[in-house]
Design a protein around this ligand. Structure first.
Ligand SMILES: Nc1ncnc2c1ncn2[C@@H]1O[C@H](COP(=O)(O)OP(=O)(O)OP(=O)(O)O)[C@@H](O)[C@H]1O
Ligand SMILES: [Mg+2]
Length: 360
């Protein structure tokens, strides 16, 4: 199969296990994002795939060619891999076109030049061919780094937090351009990011790494957001409202209504509710619980309001409402829960991260 295959990769630095039986498959043309806490082994996985690090346990296959096992190590330049790390340094003493030509030493001169110009065109930078890197903005340099990584026609592109140095607008623009270029070139891409929204925006699939270097959950962005299989995955996307209760007849009761679960009756459980999963309504809805708003913070399109239930149950709630929601006019409010944004996990999980089954 074309693309990247990783089977059962484990990796140690001394006695420290950094990767634990990680497996991954990326067909060509697909972009997979890896999300995970600092130190969870994301860069290590990229270094292993690129050939900068030798495989200790497991197998790496790129486009049907086995490139890494404990007894076989193909050097980075023979792997058809393009790499772009966070510090994507361009060579300062070379012009932009020469920076890109640098990786095309295997191509005949005229073909190399054509290819380099074509890549500059794809990232909208042809007019900068003869400029030097220090005269370009950060975003422009990032585009050149992308063109340089793609120029040798790699089968696999490895991106380690490639947009982290950019401001919000430039990030958005470069993300979109990058996606276009990658999809046009049909490259399998593995990208590391710390930003869950970036992963949602860019990825065909997301892999979430846990503290222990295991892949906790893998799936399409929709699945990761709406069907997190673990508390850690649910909490990746920011603040959550938390309630606890005991499962009874396949439900857990919360002050905002009950939530269905397939956890066994009698088990202590926590219900995590996203801020958009708390629906505030004017009174008159008998099914809601009355509440009072304590503060409001404008995020742009939305407001995050803090609220307290009038029955005194539970702590402060975080609720995402439309920006036009006029807090000061809102009296006699009630709240209920939208089950689509509510997730139930056994409380024991909190203590038992180590025994989590990896899901590939
Ligand atoms: N060359 C090395 N020698 C020893 N330990 C290392 C080496 N490289 C990484 N580590 C350790 O391995 C673990 C994983 O590192 P890695 O760089 O893969 O994490 P990461 O998930 O990329 O983190 P971040 O999000 O901070 O970039 C860390 O605990 C790190 O200290
Ligand atoms: Mg890293």
């Amino acid at each position: 199969m074309e693309g990247l295959h990783i089977f059962g990769l484990s990796h140690y630095y001394g006695a420290h296990k950094v990767l634990d039986n990680a497996s991954l498959m990326i067909p060509s043309g697909e972009l997979v994002c890896m999300l995970g806490p600092s130190g969870s082994g994301k860069s290590t996985l990229l270094r292993l795939a690129s050939g900068l690090e030798k495989v200790q346990e497991g197998t790496i296959v790129i486009d049907d060619v086995t490139v890494g096992t404990p007894s076989l190590h193909l050097h980075p330049e023979h792997r058809k891999v393009g790499v772009m790390f966070q510090d994507y340094t361009l060579f300062p003493h070379l012009t932009i076109i020469k920076n890109i030509l640098f990786g095309l030493f295997n191509f005949p001169t005229d073909k190399a030049y054509k290819r380099a110009m074509n890549m500059l065109d794809q990232v909208g930078m042809t007019s900068y061919a003869d400029k030097y890197p220090h005269t370009l903005s950060g975003g422009q340099q990032q585009r050149i780094a992308l063109a340089r990584a793609l120029a040798p026609e790699p089968k696999l592109l490895l991106l380690d937090e490639p947009f982290s140095g950019l401001d919000t607008n430039m990030r958005q623009k470069i993300r979109e351009e990058t996606l276009n270029v990658l999809k046009e070139n049909g490259v399998a891409t593995l990208m590391v990011t710390h930003d869950p929204e970036e992963a949602m925006f860019m990825a065909d699939r997301i892999k979430v790494m846990g503290e222990s270097g295991r892949i906790l959950q893998a799936g399409r962005p929709h699945e990761i957001y709406y069907h997190p299989r673990h508390e850690f995955v649910a909490k990746l996307f920011g603040m959550m409202n938390t309630f606890t209760g005991t499962v009874s007849e396949g439900r857990v009761e919360t002050p905002l209504g009950s939530v269905l679960t397939d956890i066994n009756d009698g088990v202590r459980a926590q219900v995590l509710v996203r801020p958009e999963g708390v629906i505030i309504e004017n009174n008159g809805n008998d099914s809601g619980t009355s509440l009072e708003i304590t503060s409001s913070h404008l995020l742009g399109h939305d407001n995050i309001v803090r609220a307290r239930l009038n029955n005194g149950i539970g702590g402060e709630l975080y609720v995402r409402v439309h920006h036009a929601f006029e807090v000061e006019l809102k009296k006699n409010l009630s709240a209920r829960l939208d089950p689509e944004y509510a997730f139930v996990f056994p409380l024991e999980d909190e203590m038992d991260l180590e025994n989590l089954k990896p899901i590939n």
